[in-house]
Design a protein around this ligand. Structure first.
Ligand SMILES: [Zn+2]
Length: 206
C-alpha cells in the first residue's frame, strides 16, 4: 500500500494491529476519522488512553474494574460462597445478562493451553485455590467453554480443590461443545446455570 502521507500511513499501521482489522479496513476507519470533527478523534484516543492507564483488575475475582474491588465482589446482597469460574470478562457479562446468577465470579484470564504456551501459573488459579482453602466457599461452578482447553482447565482446578468440602458443579450443556459462552443466547445460558450438574458426572460423561 503506497501512502501519500507518512502521518496517514502511521495511523493505518497502528489501527491494523487490532485483531480482525486488515490494512484496507484500517485505511477505511482512518479516512472515516479524517472526515469527522477533530474532537471525535480526541474523544476516541482519550477514552483509550484513560482506559489503559486507569483500568484495574479486581483483587478478589480478577475481573476488569474501575476500583480495586469490583462492583460484583463489593455487592453485599450477592452470595459470596458460590463462585462461578469463567475465562474472561466477556463471560461475566454474558452470565450477568441472564440475571440468573447471584453468586460471584473468578476470572481465570484464559485457559490452560500447552500449544499456546499457557500453563496454570499464567492463569489466576492459585488465588482461587487459596480462596477455597481459606473457607467460606460452598460451591464452585465451572463455566468455561467445553473445548479441550476448557475441560483441561476445569479438571486441573478440580484436582486442586477436590479434597476440600466444596461442591463442584458444571453448567448444564445446553451449550454445545466448543461454543463460546458469550455467543450463547441469554435464555439458554441462564437455564444452563440454574440446571447445573455435579462436576464429577459432567466429567464422566465426556
Ligand atoms: Zn471482583
Amino acid at each position: 500500500m503506497e501512502f501519500s502521507s507518512k502521518l496517514l500511513e502511521n495511523a493505518v499501521k497502528e489501527m491494523s494491529q487490532l485483531p480482525g482489522i486488515g490494512k484496507r479496513t484500517a485505511l477505511r476507519l482512518v479516512l472515516h476519522l479524517l472526515k469527522q470533527p477533530k474532537e471525535q478523534t480526541g474523544f476516541l484516543s482519550q477514552a483509550l488512553t484513560t482506559m489503559r492507564e486507569e483500568v484495574k483488575f479486581c483483587l478478589s475475582c480478577h475481573n476488569i474494574s474501575d476500583n480495586t474491588i469490583c462492583e460484583i465482589c463489593s455487592n453485599k446482597s450477592r452470595d459470596h460462597s458460590v463462585i462461578c469460574i469463567v475465562e474472561d470478562i466477556r463471560d461475566v457479562m454474558a452470565i450477568e445478562n441472564t440475571g440468573q446468577f447471584r453468586g460471584v465470579y473468578h476470572v481465570l484470564g484464559g485457559k490452560i493451553s500447552p500449544i499456546d504456551g499457557v500453563g496454570p501459573s499464567q492463569l489466576n488459579i492459585f488465588s482461587l485455590v487459596e480462596k477455597v482453602k481459606l473457607g467460606g466457599v460452598s460451591e464452585i461452578i465451572f463455566a468455561l467453554s467445553s473445548t479441550m482447553e476448557g475441560d483441561t482447565t476445569n479438571f486441573y482446578i478440580y484436582r486442586q480443590i477436590q479434597d476440600s468440602n466444596v461442591i463442584t458443579s458444571s453448567i448444564a450443556r445446553g451449550i454445545s461443545v466448543g461454543d463460546e459462552l458469550e455467543y450463547a443466547d441469554e435464555v439458554t445460558l441462564g437455564r444452563s446455570i440454574l440446571q447445573r450438574v455435579p462436576f464429577e458426572s459432567a466429567f464422566k460423561n465426556n
